[in-house]
Design a protein around this ligand. Structure first.
Ligand code: ZN
Length: 137
């Protein structure tokens, strides 16, 4: 597979509003967009940093995987997202290597991206998202 860049770093927060003030007031970043992804039960906020972004993830309810993550580990870094050129190909390559995946097939993430997660047990405890943006190659 070919990873072209870190697309974003996902950070779990209880409150997007409280999280936003940290990133804007302390660090001077600007939120350029916010989107609720119902399928993943999260509301995301994007803070561009060069070619990458910080992505805050607020749970939409207690059943959200982000709520469960915060309950277990507290707020903080949740996942690292790498941009790949060919997501299907990357997933097939990992499957061929016997790597356990959370998503065997791409699903839709924020911004219309196609995304898939690798199981963190395979990657030293780091939850890795692979993503492909149709107009970003
Ligand atoms: Zn992500």
């Amino acid at each position: 597979m070919k990873i072209s860049r870190i697309n974003h770093i996902g950070i779990a927060v209880n409150s997007l509003a409280a999280g936003t003030s940290i990133w804007t007031e302390l660090l001077g970043l600007a939120m350029t967009g916010s989107e609720t992804v119902a399928e993943q039960k999260v509301t995301t906020g994007f803070f561009p940093v060069g070619a990458s972004e910080v992505e805050l993830l607020e749970p939409t309810g207690p059943e959200s995987p982000i709520a469960q993550f915060i309950a277990k580990k507290g707020e903080g870094i949740h996942h690292l997202a790498f941009e790949v050129e060919d997501l299907e190909g990357a997933l097939n390559e990992l499957k061929d290597k016997g790597v356990r995946l959370i998503d065997e097939h791409p699903r839709t993430g924020a911004g219309g991206a196609r995304i898939a997660f690798i199981h963190p047990k395979q990657t030293g405890g780091v939850l890795i998202e692979l993503c492909e943006h149709p107009h970003n190659h």
